[in-house]
Ligand binder design. Structure first.
Ligand SMILES: [Zn+2]
Length: 400
């Protein structure tokens, strides 16, 4: 991995171990006075509360984690900063195009973290997550450290999340997002009653994944153009080398050889060729540390989303692009009415009352509810897709 070329550590975490970031749990000590015992009990309770809250809120960082994030993050290279700036530019333009208020993040809102620290904070190994509380994005260096292409993909996805409509519930010390983009989550009260739930998660991720896929090439080509401009001026050897590696990687992915490789992988693994994000070839920028090829994320849910878009376009007479934009607009604005109407019209017109609302006595889930139940896994996405296809077929048969 080409970590050394692209990264400078702000502080060198020599003792980089997962344990380093785990809060200490006070040990029981039989010989302690009662007062000390009380203090310890208090500390334990606080800690439990922090953990519990973090779990409930899903993505929140404790102050301790926040500090670790800032202290141990990697310094960004010139190219990485340029890439993040471009990602925000592209997303802002898209939001404006849809008539929505854009929300621009600066590069300081992105934290590239050592893998162990990332895992300790996130609680699992994955490439990136966004944190709506502080409007920041944490990135695992293992995935994005060696590849600008991957950094751009992850930053697009997470920044799109943060640009989504947000509704927060605050109750005493507790704070929770009950709505983010299309995702609807249970309230704090419901969580306390063990009625935790989330809807539209798979759909939300599908929309982020598909939008990322569609904005990626535009972002990368803008970065290439910017590089050409910057390259004529003064550049350090390190910057110049990183710029070259990025350009060469993009050229490799565009080569005949790479395209043939993609075709082979596509056939062998039953993945649409345009979904292949990267293939290894030369010792350039490595995107996937565990594989020699990579596809865009959330392939299953995206397939279901694209089917829905295609069918709505067919039924409404609008283009797929127009329908896709309507869904994305809903992500930004939180206003889903026009989209739910289109869904019902296409998949279950019997759910439509005269005023366009769902009829109260209707027992079967509506198409929109079917979509809302989609999880992020391939199996779940396939199940919902099958149900939607059946619903659509029924409508088509009735129209004959
Ligand atoms: Zn996501």
């Amino acid at each position: 991995m080409s970590e050394k070329l692209t990264i400078t550590k702000k502080k060198i975490p020599d003792l980089l171990r997962v344990e380093t970031w785990q809060e200490e749990v006070p040990q029981k000590d039989e010989n302690k006075t009662e007062k000390q015992g009380q203090e310890d009990a208090k500390a334990t309770n606080t800690l439990k509360k922090i953990r519990k809250r973090r779990k409930a809120q899903n993505q929140f960082l404790t102050p301790y984690q926040k500090e670790a994030q800032e202290r141990f993050e990697y310094l960004k290279s010139r190219l990485q900063k340029l890439a993040l700036e471009t990602v925000n530019e592209v997303i802002c333009e898209k939001a404006k195009e849809l008539g929505e208020e854009p929300f621009k993040l600066t590069e300081e809102n992105y934290h590239i973290l050592p893998s162990d620290l990332y895992k300790a904070i996130r609680g699992k190994e994955n490439p990136a997550f966004s944190n709506f509380e502080e409007q920041s994005v944490a990135l695992n260096v293992k995935y994005c450290g060696g590849s600008i292409r991957k950094l751009v993909e992850l930053a697009l996805h997470e920044t799109l999340h943060l640009n989504g409509f947000l509704r927060i519930q605050v109750k005493g010390d507790d704070i929770k997002s009950t709505r983010q983009g299309m995702s609807v989550r249970s309230t704090i009260q419901q969580d306390l009653k063990d009625e935790k739930h989330e809807h539209f998660r798979g759909f939300h991720e599908a929309l982020m994944g598909e939008t990322t896929k569609r904005l990626l090439e535009e972002s990368l080509s803008r970065i290439s153009t910017k590089i050409k401009k910057v390259s004529s001026g003064q550049l350090s050897d390190k910057d110049r080398e990183e710029f070259m590696r990025f350009i060469e990687t993009e050229q490799w992915l565009d080569s005949k050889e790479a395209k043939e490789k993609k075709k082979e992988i596509s056939e062998k693994n039953n993945v649409p060729i345009e979904d292949i994000f990267w293939v290894s070839g030369k010792e350039l920028q490595i995107t996937s540390p565990d594989s020699n090829w990579e596809e865009f994320s959330y392939g299953g849910p995206r397939k279901t989303l694209n089917y829905v878009i295609k069918e709505i376009a067919e039924a409404s007479g609008e283009t797929e692009e127009e329908i896709r934009n309507k869904f994305l607009k809903t992500h930004f604005s939180g206003k889903e009415k026009s989209v739910t109407y289109l869904m019902r019209q296409t998949f279950d017109p019997e759910h439509l009352g005269k005023d366009g609302r769902k009829r109260r006595y209707e027992q079967k889930p509506s198409a929109f509810e079917v979509l809302g139940a989609m999880e992020v896994t391939y199996d779940s996405a396939q199940r919902q897709l099958d149900t939607l296809k059946k619903m659509r077929q029924k409508v088509k048969n009735q129209q004959k």
